[in-house]
Design a protein around this ligand. Structure first.
Ligand code: HEC
Length: 247
């Protein structure tokens, strides 16, 4: 039943978002590695510190994540989890969806399967492409997710940037807005590379959470390849044997 929920949710998000994501700005491709436990732990820490204030990950439990990331209960609950949640709890949040709607104009969606809905490149670009925009209620806008109602929650690390646009009208009088570049207004506490690495790990964690079985599948891969190699070798020996007397 739970699986069914997850699939339905996934499909809902996918169909709803596919069109919205159609002409999103994707300036960079992200290279993640789901087998890097360090990267996943790093991403989990960022998620629990900076995202779970507003977003839940309802289809995950703390103990499952700890197990998959090789963390003890103590490392997980005292090192990563900021609330008084229990080890076997689902990763829900205390924020009331109606309050959230009032504060932000939109309810922050559950992020368990967001990587399936949006794709890794979209998530990565969304999180690195915030810029200051005084016309928006939060003071922030985003190149990849225009007019998003989520503020730039990682701004202390990335710093503040303005975006320069080339705005022009075509022959038919339609206005076009072309992104040119960013201009640093205030530097963040991280270098550009450090910030991008942090976001890459966070996206890696969101990828893992959208399908934890990926880890198991990946761990089978070497054995499957070994089996295929052995089998090929046996088939070759058999062929040599069959054709030995045929000239
Ligand atoms: C202060 C509350 C808040 C925090 C903290 C927050 N978000 Fe959000 N987030 C929102 C809101 C509100 C939206 C809805 C935006 C919209 O639809 O315009 C959103 C939307 C999103 C979306 C887009 C979902 C979609 O496809 O429509 C993603 C992805 C996301 N957040 C990721 C994150 C990540 C990753 C973090 C942690 C680094 C984070 N958020 C922290 C409030 C928050």
């Amino acid at each position: 039943m739970k699986k069914l929920h997850l699939i339905t949710l996934g499909l809902m998000m996918f169909s709803g978002l596919a069109s919205a994501a159609g002409d999103a700005y994707i300036g960079e491709h992200v290279q993640t590695n789901i087998r890097s436990t360090d990267s996943l732990r790093n991403g989990a820490r960022t998620f629990m510190n900076y995202c779970m204030g507003c977003h839940s990950m309802e289809f995950q439990r703390y103990n499952r994540v700890a197990e998959d990331l090789g963390l003890t209960e103590d490392e997980m609950m005292n090192g990563l989890v900021l609330t008084d949640a229990k080890f076997a709890d689902k990763m829900t949040i205390a924020m009331d969806p109606q309050d959230a709607e009032q504060w932000f104009g939109k309810t922050p969606p559950d992020l368990t399967v967001i990587a399936k809905a949006r794709g890794l490149d979209w998530l990565y670009n969304f999180l690195i492409n915030y810029y200051l925009d005084p016309t928006r209620p939060t003071g922030w806008n985003n190149l990849t997710f225009e007019n998003a109602s989520m503020p730039h929650v990682l701004w202390e690390f990335q710093g503040m940037r303005k975006a320069n646009f080339n705005v022009y009208e075509d022959e038919d009088g339609n206005e076009h807005k072309e992104f040119i570049d960013f201009e640093v207004v205030e530097a963040g506490s991280m270098s550009e590379q450090e910030y991008k690495d942090m976001v890459r790990d966070l996206v890696n964690f969101l990828d893992y959470s959208s399908e934890p079985a990926q880890l198991i599948r990946m761990s089978y891969a070497p054995w499957v390849l070994l089996f295929v190699a052995l089998f090929t070798f046996l088939a070759y020996l058999l062929k040599v044997n069959y054709f030995r007397d045929i000239h």
